[in-house]
Structures are given as structure tokens and as C-alpha cells.
Design a protein around this ligand. Sequence first.
Ligand code: AHR
Length: 494
Amino acid sequence: TNLTAQITVHADRPGAVIHPEIYGQFAEQLGAGIYGGIWVGEHSSIPNIKGYRKDVVEALKAIKVPVVRWPGGCFADQYDWRDGIGPRDKRPVHMNASWGGDDGNQFGTHEFMDFAELIGAKTYISINVGTGTPRQMSQWIEYITADGHSSLAQQRRANGRDKPWKLDYVGIGNEMWGCGGSMRPAFYADVYRQYATFVHAPANLPITRVASGANGDDVHWTDTLMAAAGSQIDAISLHNYTIPTGDWTHKGSATQFGEDQWMSTLRGALRMDDLIARHVAAMDKYDPTKRIALDVDEWGIWTDPQPGANTPALYQQNSLRDAVSAAVTLDIFQAHADRVRMANIAQMVNVLQAMILTDQSRMLLTPTYYVFDLYKVFQGATSLPIDVHAPLYRYGKVAIPGVHATAGRDAAGGVHVALVNLDPHHADTVHVRLLGMHAAKVTGRMLTGSAVNAINTFDHPHAVQPVGFDGATLKDGVITATLVPKSVTVLDIR
Ligand code: AHR
């Protein structure tokens, strides 16, 4: 049976700009996230551009990656930037104490900054606060951004980079309540103030200082930071992972699951809305004009790693469930666009909810990648308020909205409406009413799969990928479209 939903898009009441950085990525030095996934080195038989995988670079450019966060994560608070500069064959090898294995420092500051430049992304460096010093931080920033003749600028030139790079964001530590140093919020607030004082940006090239934010629903952390350090904070981060089972010791399989974990995962993803609202309420008390951003710089589904003896750290498959979950999360970020100005999915390649998986010379694009591809039209668009009246999707005793949606208007005046059908069994016919816009033409693209756990594999890399959607009709300013079960559709309206 077909369900029906009523949706109203308020093109007459434009909201905040959707910062492209909401579509940001996170690349930590761990597992195959960087080595093998992005960096193979100049002498690799895998086709590369100065050491970066050509296939991965092209795929990332195609989704317009707006910003990349690096080198961690937990890794960042044990990282010494000086180990990652100079001739690569002379760099020290360190144990990766956070994630196992060794790190040969082949991917360092130059490799990261050049990579971001290559794919056209902004740069976000997470600073070592846990085991570092403010001096190490300020020297790192000087090395990257100084234009004069200081020794650090000269050292950068000697290492092959004449012009300074643009450093857009610095994170003052990562998860300072946990792997970053097990700090309590009042203590970290003071540490933050100390470090923030020594972030010296070049004139006219501001660096956004991101305070290490809360774990999930720890609003007390956000409140304490805002009260004690708000005037020096440009953004506060938030980390929240969706665990299919809700249990960190047995998170659930990325591929072997039934409708119970389809439901629990989507329900978990939907919690992001309430979570953001609660942190925003704490921020509003101190910052009613919303100067300070809430940047969700780690989010995504975290499952058990793929079984197998040689599985790299935190390597997991990615199914249609990841795609639908990513879509509703991105909808939620857009609904909070006035405060959420960056988000970084964990993580870009071969780690957790990845865009891309690689196996030696092979590469596949995940269902999540395709959501970022469908949604790239929202980058920089103006958000439009949207009302959704949809039937509930029920499983057992649990019920969640069956349809989720978001809307935005791009610079050329085109309106984009994303419509997610969370129900795995029922199609949903939606009637979308557009207020304040005369629509003449509707086209679309749609992503679905054969099952809730449909995946792309190296042998069948195109099983889950978007197709053109021509099922939308337009009559008297109302668009009617039938959303197939478990799907993501993005309409383009002119
Ligand atoms: O993304 C993996 C890890 O999750 C990060 O290193 C850490 O910040 C978080 O706990």
C-alpha cells in the first residue's frame, strides 16, 4: 500500500545560508584512512598524482569536499608536526598509540596541505593539546602561514613550499574529556584560553578556533566552556556516533542486520536533532546573536569492524542504511544552519562511515558517498523552512517519521528538496507545496537499493548508485512524487 505525505516548502521565508562546510570530511592518521586510501607515494604502481591516489582525488573533487579535518581524532593529541616535515626517507617512525601499528610520518603537513589544495578543500588541523605545548602549536601555525623571512617560513620553503598555505580552522585539542587528556570541563576551559591566546593568524586571513566540544549529550561541557571561555571561542565542536545496537562493546555488523537494527540506527541518527537543540540552547544563553558556531566535527555510524585477520583499524562496509542515515543527519544539520556551520563525517576513506573504500588498486564509492553527491547542490544554498506531515514508520514498539526532508535555494534561484523515505516496506506519495515560488520544471535523482543492507563491493561496485528520477509531476504549484521504500530523492525545481 502507498502512504501519502504533505510537505510545504516556504520559499517565501528564506533562512540561514547552508555553509558548504556542513559537507566536510575527517581524515585521521589510522588504519587505511590515509596510507593506502589517499597516499600511496610517488613510486606506487597505483596511478597517483605526486603520491595521492588519482581515483580517490577525482572522486573527492566530484562531491566538492569543502573542508578536511586532520590528523585526528585521538591521534592528534600525540602528534608532533616536526616529525612529518623534510625528506620523507628521513622521517621518524612512531607507534600509533591510539590505533595500533606504526606511522612512518610519510603524510605530514606538506602532504596534507597540498592534498587539500589539490581537491579544493579548506583546511582544518586538530592541534596537539594533550601532549603538546602552546609553543609547538604557534610554531606549527607559523610554519604553515608565515609569509615573511622567519626561520620557520624559510624552513617551509627549503622543504619545497614557497607560498604560505591558507589554514582555515584549528581545533584546540580533540575529545579533551577523553583520549585528548581526560580533562574536566573547567580545567579544559582554561587550557583552551591559554592555547587560543597563541593562535596568531596572518593579517586578513583569520583562523577559526574550534574548542573541543562535548561527547554526545554532555551539555554541561558546552555550558562550562561557553561561560568560561566564550569570548575567545569561534566554534565549539560536538561528537556523536550512531551505534546500531547502542552498545559500544558489540556495536553490530555493518552488513548482517535486519529491520530491528535498521530501525535502531535511523532512530539513533534522528537523535542528532534533539542533541543539537540542547547544545544550542546552552550556547544561546551566552551568545544569543549566534556568533559562535556549533561544529559537529565527528559524526556517523560506527559498527564492528569488518571480520578478518588483516582488516585495517576501524574498517567497515557501508550499506544503504548508512546512506539513509547520512541523509537524515544532513537534513538535521541544514535545519540548524544558523548555528551548525561545519560538520565532518567520520571518516573520509576506509574508516568508519566512509565515502570511499579501497583495496590495493581498486576503489569503490559507498552509498554514503552518493548521498554527499546528491546533496552537494545544497552547499552554499539558502535554507528554506519545511513542514512535513508524514505517516509514522513503525517497527515493534518503536515509531519514527516515515519521511524526512530538507530544502534550499541555490544562487541561481533553483530550489532543491531532499525527500528521504525511511520506511523499508511502503512507498510514500508526497505532495510538495511551494510557497513563494513559481515552479515550471521538476527533475530529480534518487538512491535506493535491493535491501536495507545493500552494499557496493569491489566485484560489484555499482549495485547502489543514484539514478535519474522522472516521477515528479507539477500541477497548480504542487509537486507530486512517489518515493520508493528506503530511498533518498533530491528534486531540482526551477
Ligand atoms: O573517529 C574515530 C575516533 O573517534 C576519533 O579518533 C576520536 O576523536 C573519536 O573517539
